[in-house]
Structure formats: structure tokens, C-alpha cells
Design a protein around this ligand. Structure first.
Ligand SMILES: Nc1ncnc2c1ncn2[C@@H]1O[C@H](COP(=O)(O)OP(=O)(O)O)[C@@H](O)[C@H]1O
Ligand SMILES: [Mg+2]
Length: 298
């Protein structure tokens, strides 16, 4: 568990070892570094007139390119005993294809809540969430599950690895869940090769048979990143990914994320309370009193 003991180095041969994203497809908007999603999610971009669940392209969309993911007027409250606590109070935010965005704010300001809403882990009380032109906060739970599995990868401060599984098995777990038993075993060799390649690409090739308790914090986060990438997400959501790591190990994890963003065009939305970590992103926004304020470029 001692990050200082971590000797893993990051192999940066991403093009060789990370899964490539297929080209083509529909929404979100075309972007030089961000091909459209490989999932078949109904696309409003391909239909002529916006329906009740789509929206017209705004002037801002046209000038800055279409947002890949956006929220408008998001409100979210939690009930604490008899009290209702308003956490998000009208959040508007657009995230563009291939962008590395940091969301900062004090502890309890609603960063994780917002990230969960962006990743369809939760639904807002009011407001709308869009993937490209398609509204996604009002789709069925089943559609949301499918979309989340196909479109988003997530990493967390405390890694959330399954303790009884090896690093390799942890990386494979999303595919075991996603595919039928037959589907998994039919593809097992290919998937294992892919999982091993991903672990190698994040500098963990020498630890694939280790269980989480035999890994340092930095190594666990590397395994969690590989797990988040196995299903080829279009957006990586990272909740305080360096929050439990020493500075040096945190910098290594940031280097991996930065490289994924630059070389794979992976859109990353990262929540952090650490200004030094946030400023490594392309753009920083701050949550204050339940709303988003622009801070500037990283
Ligand atoms: N499921 C929940 N039930 C009740 N209160 C919650 C829940 N999730 C978060 N909160 C409260 O909402 C506020 C914002 O939480 P969170 O989004 O986790 O903040 P942050 O990630 O910025 O630290 C906190 O006051 C927290 O206690
Ligand atoms: Mg949080």
C-alpha cells in the first residue's frame, strides 16, 4: 500500500497497446481527435428536425463546435432528516469532444453529485442532460444502464476494485458483466489479451496476477484506469483520481490521464479539490453555491 514503493513505470506506447476507437458513426459532433461513439445510441444529429427530446443547435454550439455532453439548469437536492439540502441549484455546463475538464470546489460543494448526473448514475430533480443532441436524463433505467456501460468509464478516489479478484480479473469484470456467459467465454482469449495489454499500457504488466491488497495505491488506480478503458468508453469520468495518493504517484496517474486525453482523444471530466491537479486540465470550472463558475484554462 506504500506508493513510494511503486516501481511501475508507464509505458506510453498507447497506440500499440490501447484499444483504438472505431471511426465513423453518428453523434456527437465530428471532432478531429474524437470519433463518434461506437455504441448504437439513437442519434438526433442524423435526423432533420429536433424532436421533443432533442434540441436545436444554438449559436454557441456552432461557434465552439457541438458539445459532446451538456447539462442545463440542473438541480439536485438531498433529504437530510426533515431538511432538504439543495446541492446543485441550476448548473449549466458543456463538455466538448476531446476536452480534459476539471471540476473543482470545496468538499461538499456537489462535485461528485454533478459527475454522477453527467454519467447517468443518478437523475436530476430538474434540468436536462444531453449527449450530443440527445436528451439522456429522461430515458428508461435500462437504456441508461446500457448507455453508461457503453459510453462512460469511471475511476474513483478509492479505486473500488473487487478484493477477491486479481488485477487482470478486475479489468475483465465489466466485460463479464456485460456479456452473457457464452459471449464472454467465446471471446475470453481476446478479452484477456486486451486486458493484459491495457494493464501493460498503464505500467502494471508486472502485477496482473496480484490482488488489490498486494498493490500500492498508485497501482490500484492504474488497474482501475485499465478497467475503465476495457469497454472503450467515449468519456472518462474521474472522481478525485489522485485524492488518496502521494504527490509523486498522483503525478504519475495524471500523466496517464493526460496521455490518454492527448493521444487517444479521450474526453475526460475530472473532479478534484486540488488546484495543482486541476490546473493540468484544459479547462477548469468551479462549483460555488450549487452553480458552475468558469475559472479558466488549465
Ligand atoms: N445520497 C446522498 N444522500 C444525502 N446527502 C447526500 C448524498 N450524496 C451527497 N449528499 C450530500 O450532498 C452534498 C454534496 O455532496 P458531494 O456531491 O459528494 O460533494 P463533493 O463531491 O463536492 O464533496 C454533501 O453535503 C453531501 O453530504
Ligand atoms: Mg466527492
Amino acid at each position: 500500500m506504500n506508493d513510494k514503493n511503486s516501481t511501475a513505470t508507464t509505458s506510453l506506447d498507447w497506440t500499440g497497446s490501447l484499444p483504438s476507437r472505431p471511426a465513423g458513426g453518428a453523434s456527437p459532433a465530428a471532432h478531429p481527435t474524437m470519433p463518434a461513439p461506437h455504441v448504437h445510441f439513437p442519434s438526433a444529429a442524423s435526423s432533420a428536425a429536433p424532436s421533443a427530446t432533442t434540441r436545436a443547435t444554438s449559436e454557441a454550439d456552432t461557434s465552439a463546435g457541438q458539445a459532446q455532453l451538456s447539462v442545463t439548469g440542473i438541480k439536485k437536492s438531498y433529504r437530510k432528516g426533515p431538511h432538504e439540502v439543495r446541492v446543485l441549484d441550476g448548473v449549466d455546463l458543456e463538455v466538448y469532444p476531446g476536452e480534459f475538464l476539471a471540476i473543482v470546489g470545496q468538499s461538499g460543494s456537489g462535485k461528485s453529485t454533478l459527475l454522477h448526473l453527467l454519467g447517468t448514475l443518478d437523475r436530476p430533480d430538474a434540468g436536462e442532460v444531453y449527449l450530443g443532441d440527445e436528451r439522456i436524463d429522461n430515458i428508461s433505467a435500462r437504456q441508461r444502464d446500457r448507455l453508461r456501460n457503453d459510453y462512460f468509464g469511471m475511476i474513483f478516489q478509492f479505486y473500488h476494485l473487487l478484493p477477491e479478484l486479481t488485477a487482470l480479473e478486475n479489468v475483465l469484470a465489466p466485460m463479464m458483466i456485460r456479456l452473457s456467459t457464452l459471449g464472454y467465454w467465446t471471446n475470453a482469449r481476446r478479452l484477456k489479451r486486451k486486458a493484459r495489454a491495457l494493464l501493460e499500457s498503464v505500467g502494471l504488466g508486472h502485477r496482473i496476477k496480484h490482488k488489490p491488497r498486494e498493490l500500492s495505491g498508485g497501482e490500484m488506480q492504474r488497474a482501475a484506469i485499465a478497467r475503465a478503458l476495457i469497454a472503450k468508453p467515449q468519456v472518462l469520468l474521474a472522481d478525485e483520481p489522485t485524492g488518496n495518493l502521494d504527490q509523486e504517484t498522483g503525478a504519475e496517474i495524471m500523466h496517464i490521464l493526460r496521455t490518454l486525453n492527448r493521444e487517444q482523444g479521450l474526453t475526460i471530466i475530472m473532479v478534484t479539490h486540488d488546484a495543482k491537479i486541476a490546473c493540468q486540465a484544459d479547462r477548469v470550472v468551479q462549483l460555488v453555491s450549487g452553480r458552475v463558475e468558469q475559472v479558466g484554462s488549465g
